[in-house]
Design a protein around this ligand. Structure first.
Ligand code: KIV
Ligand code: ZN
Length: 502
């Protein structure tokens, strides 16, 4: 079997998506989940771009074992030095150097001619190679680069020591046949190509990122750069789960190829990334959307009951999506609870289990039937980001009605002190947010606000995901409760605490 190397760039290109920004603790949490998913390479960030990015890459390099840890760098010495410094603690570090090679980029952005670009690329790779044995080079905007020049650059950087040459479709302009031909052209025309792995990195501006990546695989690419849920610059990157499941499902077409991904961890990782970035997954999103394994039409349901393969090409449970309905209730014990958690992919330590069980019992008091998605929600709250919040909700009271002015009274705790605030508003949520603004003495503006139900039923857990902007800082927040005003307050405080930690 030939292995397809899965290079995950959720923490670099994914995090470049507008509004996706993650703090250091969240990045390490995502990196841990990616390691459990068994991605081969984690692109942890762009160390020169900010002090925060540098520290996050370093933290990941120090703490995450298993995958190669990679840092991005322009073809500039100070970038390469920063990447090297940040990656030093990693067992297997990789420096990813890039330089644009298309006519448009060379003329307007870099204002340099071909020979100079070639020289800079070779110089950068040679320099990086002295610091780190594993070097990847990307000719940015490769799909719009003159073929002959692209071949010259690829050959030169391999001679300079690049072990991976990554061919990006930077602006998502290519289409599958054409992109496949580009990879074939490289294989056939670059004399030393056997000394390097061909990688691809496709953006989704025309919705073709996954199709282009797979076309490249068919033509000899053996590394695919992708992100969880396909997040990334503009319309995003190729989605990891779609690439992995395509290769796995169509073994007839991708004969002899496999990835090392632990499929049953896909759904869990997808939810984590969605939760931390605040990017809600569309219900019809392939592989990880809420509807991806649900059958609505009577004909389909009938077919599936008779023979699953009539309408199912992937089993939800293979990617960690349990379609099982009712699970636990008020009288369920700790053993049943912990067994169920294991079944849906959570292995908690004693302390986490105690806290999660307490949360479960509290929820079961308010909600009769506890579904897997309810469990996931309370567990994710417990095990992710052991962040010590600056502001904590003590209690609140909110009133609204057709004939009264909505009002809220909120009490928060900060370092052991209880602070109170009250306000009127357009509704109970608005009034609560205004009361919080008064207590913290900062006015946040709401960039996005979404309310949904985690499961079905009138007593379902409500989930609020929002984006809060305070001065130039934007953070996402998420809160759940059977009371939607409480869920909104929790989400607001979650975002507020993130802004504080920034
Ligand atoms: O899209 C792109 O070209 C990139 C490179 C830095 C690989 O993200
Ligand atoms: Zn990119």
């Amino acid at each position: 079997m030939d292995k397809i190397i899965i290079f995950d760039t959720t923490l670099r290109d994914g995090e470049q998506a507008p509004g996706a920004s993650l703090n250091q603790k969240e990045k390490i949490e995502v990196a841990r989940s990616l390691a459990e998913l068994r991605v081969d390479v984690i692109e942890a960030g762009f160390p020169i771009s900010s002090k925060g990015d540098f520290e996050s890459v370093k933290d990941i390099a120090r703490n995450i074992k298993g995958p190669v840890i990679c840092g991005l760098s322009r073809s500039i010495k100070k970038d390469i030095d920063a990447a090297y410094e940040a990656l030093k603690p990693a067992k297997n570090p990789r420096i990813h150097v890039f330089l644009a090679t298309s006519k448009i980029h060379m003329k307007y952005k870099l204002k340099k001619a071909e020979d100079e670009i070639l020289r800079l690329a070779v110089e950068a790779v040679t320099y990086a190679k002295k610091l780190c044995p594993d070097i990847e080079f990307s000719p940015e905007d490769a799909s719009r680069t003159e073929k002959e020049f692209l071949h010259r650059v690829v050959e030169a950087v391999i001679n300079a020591g690049a072990g991976t040459v990554n061919i990006p479709d930077t602006v998502g302009y290519s289409e599958p046949e054409e992109f496949g031909r580009i990879i074939k052209g490289i294989k056939e025309n670059v004399v030393n190509i056997h000394k390097a792995v061909i990688s691809v990195h496709c953006h989704n501006d025309l919705g073709l990122a996954v199709a282009n990546s797979l076309a490249a695989v068919k033509n000899g690419a053996r590394q695919v750069e992708c992100t969880i849920n396909g997040i990334g610059e503009r319309a995003g990157n190729a989605s990891l789960e779609e690439i992995v499941m395509s290769i796995d499902t169509r073994k007839d077409i991708y004969a002899g190829l496999k990835t090392g991904i632990i499929k049953k961890n896909i759904y869990k990782t997808s939810r984590l990334v969605s939760k931390l970035t605040g990017f809600v997954i569309a219900p019809n999103k392939a592989i990880v959307g809420g509807n991806a394994f649900r059958h609505e039409s009577g004909i389909h349901q009938d077919g599936v009951l008779k023979e699953r393969s009539t309408y199912e090409i992937i089993r939800g449970e293979d990617v960690g999506f349990q379609v099982e309905g009712l699970v636990l209730g008020k009288h369920s014990g700790r053993h049943a609870f912990s067994e169920r958690l294991k079944k849906i992919g959570f292995h908690l330590n004693e302390e986490q289990l105690n806290k999660a069980f307490e949360n479960f019992k509290n929820l079961a008091d308010k909600k009769k039937d506890i579904f897997d998605d309810d469990l996931r929600t309370i567990i994710e709250d417990e095990i992710t980001i052991a962040r010590i919040p600056v502001w904590e909700l003590v209690n609140f009271r909110a009133s609204s009605g057709t004939e009264i002015k909505p009002e809220a009274l909120v009490q928060l705790r900060k370092k052991g002190n209880i602070l109170k605030g009250s306000s009127f508003g357009d509704g109970p949520v608005d009034a609560s947010f205004k009361a919080i603004d008064k207590i913290v003495n900062i006015k946040g503006s709401l960039e996005d606000f979404r309310l949904g139900a985690v499961t079905s039923g009138k007593d379902a857990l409500g989930e609020v995901i929002l984006k809060l902007k305070i001065k130039d800082k934007v953070a996402s927040g998420r809160g759940t409760s059977t009371d939607i005003v409480e869920a909104a307050i929790k989400a607001y405080l979650d975002a507020l605490n993130k802004v504080h930690s920034k």
